[in-house]
Design a protein around this ligand. Structure first.
Ligand code: ADP
Ligand code: MG
Length: 564
């Protein structure tokens, strides 16, 4: 630390580039830092350092990371502890631009596999972003010395040293994540696709704040769907089990239908203690399906839903740069099935009506040969029967789906009730399709390597995330704003790197695009996110295959720069 102090003294008052002298390792009393990258100016991306805290110093028992689930949860816990310590001990603003800020890339209500904190056998590694301070373009070495020599040791002590501290919260974080994994694994054995524990708080603070709504009304399962389950850590809990099959969520406007569906969407991830959804789990293969006007579609067989388009366009290998509501929703389903999706989550609020239903009066008025769309209504039972794909569908306005539902849950003042019996009495017969049904696609789509090119000559690889959901990838911009189960900008960036990795490693994969993506994801899972970028970063988070494939599927054929 002394050497660092001396170096920063010398840098003080000189041009910003003088910071480039900082490099390699610096030793503190009970930890070490490594300088990974120094920024070029005070407005650039902040500098990156890694902190290494040896085992004897952090004092965490090995049982806390004795399984992959525990390890991910512990890494998440430590990242958040560092973030809290930064809030407490770092002054922040110290000059021009971002000068003085220290950050760790960990946020949100989900516990994801990340590379901000890594537990190694011999200690903890934590990766921080440090905005080296400047006044204009003059380095503020003294301020930097305060950051490195006063603030940083306090952050490490408060966030990463546990020798004489209570581990109660640490264990709670790890055990609750373990319980969620257990619960999710149990779903399959219970023949179910989701579980919502009694007492869960589903509504969020606001549309832009994912924390629980204060005074939200706790969830209480209808008696007919209630199930008990004993978790390894928490003991016995009870709640609503949603079996496989077709489940409708009905009810008046503003009674909490979409809120329940959104909780199920997020139930594929583990949540923090206190989130309110920490005992809401969904099968890992659940995919939110929505209409997505204007998305691009590349060589997808949407013929199970769309046929006989005007102009005789082929729908067995359909491409467009500007999809309609119905074609986009059809493509979203086909692409999800391609990745192994076993449960569709659909909200009428974000669906194309003509994709969802076609009622009898419209069938009389517009003859079948004039209607290219086979609505989901006509295939949803078959999808479950033949392919084992369940569905949860929110519908307030149309009763058409009652005839194909296995169960109907009504939300009344945010409280779910099982109205399956009444629904059966009024449902009528399931609809018969007017079209001959096209077979579900079998063949694997080829991987077209040039679509996965992250290069933007002459500058080289370009993988940048804007506003969490806009991924600048090579010459293209991939819009992920409608991919609703993407929860973190670290996932978006990891997706960019995974696409690049997939092209480098598996361009010739005989299984085609999706198998190559699956293999790339599995490599990152087993060997760590660090295999992806050529330099060390700490802000990546692991996505699911569905979101990774969603990005590959949305790469446009035309250049972003040539569009108006
Ligand atoms: P719907 O889809 O049935 O029209 P929403 O799910 O959009 O209704 O919910 C309407 C409003 O009620 C939202 O502002 C939501 O945050 C709130 N809300 C939902 N569930 C609860 C609950 N359990 N307790 C309190 N408020 C809730
Ligand atoms: Mg709604």
């Amino acid at each position: 630390m002394q050497r660092l102090q001396q170096q920063l003294d010398k840098i003080d008052g000189r041009g910003y580039k003088a910071y480039k002298q900082l490099s390699g390792d610096y030793f503190y009393d009970n930890f070490r830092i490594h300088v990974d990258h120094i920024q070029g100016d005070p407005f650039a991306q902040p500098s990156r350092i890694s902190i290494y805290v040896p085992r004897a110093t952090h004092g965490l028992p090995a049982e806390l990371w004795s399984s992959p689930c525990r390890q991910t949860a512990l890494e998440d816990f430590l990242g958040r502890a560092v973030a809290a310590a930064i809030d407490q001990h770092v002054q922040g603003h110290r000059g021009t631009g971002h000068s003085g800020q220290i950050r760790i890339a960990i946020s949100g209500q989900q516990i994801l596999r990340r590379n901000a904190v890594l537990i190694h056998q011999d200690g903890i590694e934590a990766r921080l972003l440090i905005a080296l301070p400047a006044d204009g373009r003059r380095a503020l070495g003294q301020e930097a010395a305060t950051m490195f020599c006063v603030e940083l040791p306090k952050v490490v002590d408060a966030g990463l040293c546990y020798r004489e501290r209570s581990l109660e919260n640490t264990w709670q974080h790890v055990e609750q994540a373990e319980d969620q994994d257990y619960l999710r694994d149990w779903l399959d054995q219970a023949g179910a696709i989701a579980f919502v524990a009694n007492g869960s708080i589903l509504p969020r603070f606001s549309g832009i704040n994912d924390r629980p709504l204060e005074n939200g009304i706790p969830f209480l399962s209808p008696a007919s769907l209630i199930r008990e389950i004993e978790l390894p850590n928490r003991g016995t809990i009870s709640g609503m089990l949603i079996p496989r099959g077709i489940t409708l969520i009905v009810g008046g406007g503003f009674h909490g239908k979409s809120t329940l569906l959104q909780a199920l969407e997020r139930g594929v991830y583990n949540h923090l203690p206190g989130d309110g959804r920490e005992l809401v789990v969904t099968t890992p293969g659940a995919v939110k399906i929505r209409a997505e006007d204007h998305r691009s579609i590349h060589r997808v067989n949407i013929s199970p839903f769309i046929n006989n388009l005007p102009g005789g366009r082929d729908t067995t290998c359909f491409s467009t740069e500007n999809a309609s509501g119905s074609t986009s929703q059809a493509a979203n389903i086909i692409e999800a099935l391609e990745c192994g999706c076993d449960c569709l989550l659909i909200d009428e609020d974000t669906s194309a009506t003509n994709f969802m239903i076609r009622d009898q009066r419209m069938q009389q008025l517009v003859s079948p040969d004039k209607e290219p769309i086979t609505p989901l209504l006509h295939r949803i039972r078959e999808l479950y029967r033949d392919r084992g794909v369940s569905a949860v569908i929110v519908t307030g306005g149309s009763g058409e789906y009652l005839s194909v539902a296995d169960r109907v849950i009504q939300l009344d003042n945010y409280q779910p009730q099982d109205v399956s019996e009444q629904a059966r009495n009024i449902a009528g017969d399931p609809p018969v399709s007017e079209h001959p049904l096209s077979p579900w696609p079998q063949a694997d789509r080829p991987l077209e390597a040039k679509r996965l090119d992250a290069n933007r000559p002459p500058k080289g690889i370009r993988i940048d995330v804007r506003e969490k959901v806009l991924l600048d990838f090579g010459r293209k911009r991939i819009n992920l704003s409608q991919v609703e189960q993407l929860v973190d900008c670290g996932q978006s960036e990891a997706i960019g790197w995974l696409l690049h990795y997939c092209r480098e490693r598996y361009a010739d994969h005989p299984g085609g695009l999706i198998k190559a993506l699956r293999q790339s994801l599995s490599d990152a899972e087993t060997r760590g996110l660090d295999i992806l970028p050529p330099w060390k970063v700490g802000h990546l988070a692991l996505p699911r295959l569905y979101e990774l494939a969603a990005a590959a599927n949305r790469i446009r054929t035309t250049d972003r720069t040539t569009r108006p």
